[in-house]
Structures are given as C-alpha cells and as structure tokens.
Design a protein around this ligand. Sequence first.
Ligand code: TXA
Ligand code: MG
Length: 341
Amino acid sequence: MTIVIPMKAGPDKRLKVAARLIREGKLVAFPTETVYGLGADALNEKAVRRIFEAKGRPADNPLIIHIAEREWLFELAREVPEVALKLGERFWPGPLTLVLPKREEVPDITTGGLDTVAVRMPAHPIALELIRLSGRPVAAPSANISGKPSPTEAGHVVDDFYGRIECIVDGGSTPIGVESTVLDLTGDVPLLLRPGGLPLEEIEKVVGRVEIHPAAKGIEADVAKAPGMKYKHYSPNAQVIVVEGSREAVQKRIDELVQEFRRKGLKVGVMATEEHEADAFFHLGKTAEEVARNIFRALRELDKAGVDVIIAEGIEEKGLGLAVMNRLRKAAGYRVIRVQG
Ligand code: TXA
Ligand code: MG
C-alpha cells in the first residue's frame, strides 16, 4: 500500500510518519528543489536494493546520498578536500552533488560498486526536514521508472510507483525541474559529470577551471567515470527529435517537420518557446529557468496526449540551458537536427 501525504504548504508533523518509514527500511518518495527523489536509508543494503528493484535500475548505476547537515559528509566520504568544503559552504543546501572517495561504511550497493560516493544536501524544506527527522543519510535517485522522464510533481511519482512503494510526500511542483549538477572532486581538476540545477558558470566562479566530461553535454561518449550516462534516459514512449540552431531557423524547421510527419500519418507533438500548430503543443516558457522547470513535464504530457513524435526546440547552452540540452539530447537518443541560418 502507498500512503500519499499532501504537504503543499511546507513541512509539518506528518513528516514524522515518512521519517519513521525511512528508518524502518521502507521507500519514501519526496520532493526536492530539483525533482522528486525515491528515498531509502542509504546505509541499509536491503532498503537500497529495493530502490533498484522498484526503478528497474541497473545495479552499476550509483545513487546520490542526501544529507541534512554538512557534518554528515564526513561519515560518508573518506577524504574531503578543501575544494569540497568550499563548494559545500557556498552551495549547500542546493542542487550540487559532490563525488568523493567513499568510506567503507557506505554499502557497495549504494555506490554501484564504485570506490566513490555522491553526496548532496538538498534545499527543499520538506526534503531537509524529512532527512533530519529520519536521522539517516537518504539514498535517492529520481523517482521515475528507469529510462523515463524524471518526476517534477507527485502525480508523476504516482503514475510510476503507486502501490509499489510505501509513501509519497506530495509537496507540489519542484521549483528547478532538472536534477542536481554532479561534480567529481576525486581528480586534480573538478570534473563535471552531469550539468544540472546549479549552472557550471556559478561553480567556475568558486573553483576556477572545471573539466567537462563529454557525456555531460549529452553527446555519446566514453562512460567510465559517469556510469549513469550509458543508459537510455528521460525517454517518453514517443520518438523525440531535437532541433538546434539559430532561433528563427529552428522555429521554421519545426513547422516543416510537423507537416512532414503529418503527411506520413503520424501524430505530432511540439515543445517549444513559441507557439506552433501541431496535434499537441507544450509551451516551455521563455527563459532557460522556465524551460528547465517544464521539460520533464512536457515530455510526460505529450506522451499522455498519445503523439508518435515529439519535436523539441533546442536552447542555448548557457546557465540552466546546458542541463536542459543534456536532458533533451538524451531523451531524443541523440537524434538531433542542426539547422543553419
Ligand atoms: O537532483 C538530483 O540529483 C535528484 C534528486 C532526487 O536529488 N537525484 C538524481 O538521482 O537525479 P539519479 O540517481 O537519477 O542520478 C544520479 C546521477 C547518476 O547519473 C549517477 O550515475 C551519478 O549521479 N552518480 C551517483 N554516484 C556517483 C559516483 N559515485 N560517481 C559518479 N557518478 C555518480
Ligand atoms: Mg534519474
């Protein structure tokens, strides 16, 4: 049975119920400022195994561990370099995940067998309070079936997991809409593994140069350091095609593509920053922040509309745009059309 706890006005005492479930080794989905997480006690092997089972997640794709106090980092990471302290000081609580050498106490299942551990302190008041009340570091991947778009509202979690997990805390829509930025601090230079809710430009202001893993751009790449990158991601049932290039040329090409697919008898959905004629249309908003907040919802809703093809407008890779384009290119299985002009 799944208990759904509505909590849109912010944390309240009903969170104790959810926190007790975490302590008992159960699965609790909860909102963070990025997306909903599917949480369990990170140090409880059995509980973590159930996360992998529920999601259908490959065992070698490690989980992020969520903490409520900065000091908890030292119970998970074997070494905490100066740069990690600096970043934590500046950006936690917030959408930044740090990869560090792991302590033995962290079960291998949680880190997908890696010798490193990914940690973040989320900024959502419900997430923070839930973790604090449970008194446990909480492992939480995005609360979607593996390969599907990440959940940005409790309804998405209900669609994927109702009846299969013990609890869903409904805190309304998640404000950022894309997952956290993942930064590997185990090498000489910080390495961006996944662009996310904290823009790369902000990190560079604090640490200087950051290397970018090729997979972080959402192009096909060698995946040794970024295990999450090799699997199918963010995919709705419909085929997604991304159109990139100068704004005007992109808008024009989208309209042409809609006509082409419709002539073939296909039902076409469009997600873009300007209105388009199509069988289903989702307005993404204008700014990169708005687009980030909307992309996963757009993919899920266009799927529900039963379209065969989704044409998505690409945006500039600045600020949150880098995270948006990484998600879109993956959702499209790297099917990208680049237009000139
Ligand atoms: O915003 C977020 O990060 C959300 C919320 C719930 O906090 N969580 C999330 O988790 O997106 P998930 O499991 O969907 O993505 C975690 C990513 C994966 O790409 C995984 O491979 C990577 O983090 N990761 C986790 N531990 C790692 C490690 N030790 N080394 C390298 N990458 C790691
Ligand atoms: Mg995920």
